[in-house]
Design a protein around this ligand. Structure first.
Ligand code: CP3
Length: 349
């Protein structure tokens, strides 16, 4: 099924129109999500294939996006490594395992995904059946550095002091933890591809908090191992890092198919940095959806125009859609991309 415009754009092949999907497209801004979420905890949704599949499908039906992304969370495989995980409303994830030394790393496992998180693969299989021929399905994982930051900080952080202290004062413990996470991520993504994910996105949400030098020393080598370890076939690999402008040239060396960028760097500038050998995904500022709907066309057209500098462009927001967003504004964005998007994209080279 190489016919979907999203997969074609990932491979820099000509498309009928610029494809669009939205990070966090399934979620709290949708009343139909709230309805199911009102009866179930977030983790129950993630771990019950029928429910996870249902909320994955919701934005595809309501918004008319060109791809679906598996409903899950980047922390699901972390829990399977042996780190207790909980979500408290309004506070984000809480992880209950301190990493004080090598013994704490040794206590973690590299889980077999088919054994420890079978519900993820089952959700993928249900979705592939439900979507046949309609939209392709994207699987995903957190990148090792971002997963490591959640484990060491115990949740979301502001200055990442615990993580930096481990990196700088106990580099061998940090590296052994990163190696375990890297193996987990490789097995997890390969299991998703095996189950039917047609593209995979690696989320390195926190990579941008590092200096470019630290990024290359402490994060990039592990993401490189992940990319090298995927039994890809021709499954496109997308890399997203938030706040990525200063590390974009390093990300380029990963050899992924698509580089997803946040909104702080204009796409035409990003295209100069990454060159014509890779597709670019992004990058409308999620707060642009708080414009009146008639202004959204202009916001979309600006991103599209800049995206023309890329070898191939997949439209997305520069980070996840925000919970207070009006779904009608998201629909206006999708329609504008399909109305004004590049038609008959040629592959320059
Ligand atoms: O994009 C999608 O629609 C697929 C589902 C998805 C979720 N999380 C659902 C979710 C994906 C791809 C993620 C990835 C994820 N999870 C990331 C990387 C992407 C990014 O945003 O940078 C990160 C950092 C996490 C960790 C995480 N999970 C955070 C920080 C939060 C927010 C906590 C909060 O309350 O705002 C979550 C929870 C989460 N993940 C929700 C959803 C729909 C909200 C849970 C709810 O319904 O209460």
């Amino acid at each position: 099924m190489g016919d979907y415009r999203f997969l074609k754009a990932c491979r820099r092949e000509p498309v009928d129109v610029t494809p669009i999907w939205i990070m966090r497209q399934a979620g709290r801004y949708l009343p139909e999500y709230q309805k199911i979420r009102g009866k179930n905890s977030f983790l129950t949704l993630c771990k019950t294939p029928e429910l996870a599949a249902e909320v994955t499908i919701q934005p595809v039906e309501r918004l008319g996006v060109d791809a679906a992304i598996l409903f899950s969370d980047i922390l699901i495989p972390v829990e399977a490594m042996g780190v207790p995980l909980d979500f408290h409303d309004g506070k984000g994830p809480i992880l209950g395992k301190e990493i004080r030394g090598q013994a704490d790393v040794d206590a973690l496992s590299v889980p077999d995904p088919t054994d420890k998180v079978p519900f993820v693969m089952e959700t993928i299989r249900i979705l592939r059946k439900a979507f046949q021929g309609k939209v392709p399905l994207i699987g995903f994982s957190g990148a090792p550095f971002t997963l490591c930051s959640y484990i060491v900080e115990g949740g979301t952080s502001r200055n990442f002091i615990k993580l930096k202290t481990l990196m700088y004062q106990a580099p061998e413990v940090y590296r052994s933890l990163m190696t375990k996470i890297t193996k987990t991520v490789i097995a997890y993504l390969n299991a998703q591809i095996e189950a039917g994910a047609q593209a995979v996105q690696i989320f390195d949400t926190w990579a941008g908090i590092l200096t470019p030098g630290d990024y290359e020393e402490y994060a990039l080598p592990y993401t490189r191992q992940v990319v090298a370890g995927l039994s890809r076939g021709n499954t496109p690999v997308i890399h997203f890092a938030n706040d990525c402008a200063t590390i974009l040239s390093a990300i380029r060396t990963l050899g992924v198919d698509v580089i997803a960028v946040d909104w702080r760097i204009p796409l035409d500038v990003a295209a100069i940095v990454v060159g014509q050998g890779v597709a670019i995904q992004g990058n409308m500022d999620p707060t642009m959806l708080f414009h009146p709907p008639e202004k959204i066309d202009d916001c979309v057209r600006d991103v599209l125009r800049r995206g023309e500098s890329a070898a191939s462009h997949i439209f997305n927001l520069g980070h996840g859609i925000l919970p207070p967003t009006n779904p009608d504004h998201a629909i206006a964005m999708v329609e504008a991309v399909h109305r004004f998007g590049r038609k008959g994209m040629a592959v320059p080279r």
